[in-house]
Design a protein. Structure first.
Length: 287
């Protein structure tokens, strides 16, 4: 059946750990990162149209609405996929922007990945997953893992994805001070001495990923130097009842806390919002 309107979720990406294991000659860093997704995020809607257009709604639309549409990753994803059409087709794309911008939880990457999925279906393009993943990587290093959309180890600069299955239900609180951080700047401020890829990683439980086992986010101190409130937020999360892990995601500034039950996560989110009233703070379930 041919559908004319498609809605795809663009969930927030969380780097449960992020280790930097090297640097390429072109300046890109080699990563060893465990990624999961929250049942909270942006939403992409696509409809048939004769040309490509992007309308932005949602609580964070203002930060993006002033920019030329060609600069939006959603637009770039649509144009990249259009090349695989045998006849010229367009799409009216609506981005519901619920996630803060430049915040380390992959909002732009998740939007680009959701756009690829939605338009592949709308335009009924027969394209191999590997090819789609290649297009995704061309849009940004986090886009392939967002395209995969399930827990995975992400290696290389983001092109190597290894699926991971978690056995337990985990709840998360995401908190961002509503101050954007530039990914490139944070990576550049990181003093890369190399590192080791966790070769024999056999992860089935998120609870094993606590700091004492050596897992961390290597970019945390570079981000804290730029934005000291991140350290305060992490301390706030750590002090919430029943939190078993507090860490920063990606290049920041969003930090997350993990909880075994929904009630604790909801209670922590409420407390953290009171502690940091200017912040964006939500609780969600890890997908
Ligand atoms: O790929 P993306 O556009 O998200 O990256 C933004 C910037 O972050 C890059 O230009 C690069 O400076 C830095 N980066 C990096 N290593 C990565 C990913 C990003 O150095 N693996």
């Amino acid at each position: 059946m041919h559908v004319t309107k498609i809605t795809v979720a663009a969930p927030a990406k969380i780097n449960l750990f992020l280790h930097i294991v090297g640097k390429r000659e072109d300046g890109y860093h080699l990563l060893d990162s465990l990624v999961a997704f929250a049942d909270y995020g942006d939403v992409i809607e696509v409809e048939e149209s004769d040309k490509i257009s992007v309308d932005i709604t949602g609580s964070y639309n203002e930060q993006l609405s002033g920019l030329p549409p060609e600069n939006n990753l959603v637009w770039k994803a649509a144009v990249a996929l259009q090349k695989y059409l045998s006849e010229p087709l367009g799409a009216k794309i609506i981005l519901r922007k619920n996630l803060p911008i430049a915040s380390g939880i992959g909002g732009g990457s998740a939007d680009a990945a959701a756009t690829l999925r939605a338009l592949k279906e709308l335009w009924q393009i027969d394209i191999a997953e590997e090819k789609l993943s290649e297009i995704a990587l061309g849009l940004g290093s986090d886009v392939p893992v967002c395209l995969y959309g399930k827990p995975a180890l992400m290696r290389g600069i983001g092109e190597q994805i290894t699926p991971v299955v978690f056995q337990e239900n985990i709840y998360v609180v995401l908190i961002n001070p509503n101050i954007p951080l530039n990914t490139g700047e944070i990576f550049n401020n990181y003093d890369c001495k190399g590192g080791v890829v966790q070769k024999n990683l056999d992860i089935s439980s998120i609870a094993e990923l606590v700091d004492k086992n050596g897992y961390k986010n290597d970019l945390e101190s570079a981000a804290i130097s730029k934005l000291p409130i991140i350290a305060e937020i992490l301390a706030g999360i750590r002090s919430s009842d029943d939190c078993f892990l507090a860490r920063m995601s990606g290049s920041g500034a969003t930090c997350f806390g993990l909880y075994h039950d929904e009630i604790s996560a909801n209670k922590a989110a409420k407390g953290l919002k009171e502690m940091f009233p200017k912040s964006w703070c939500v609780s969600a379930r890890i997908l």
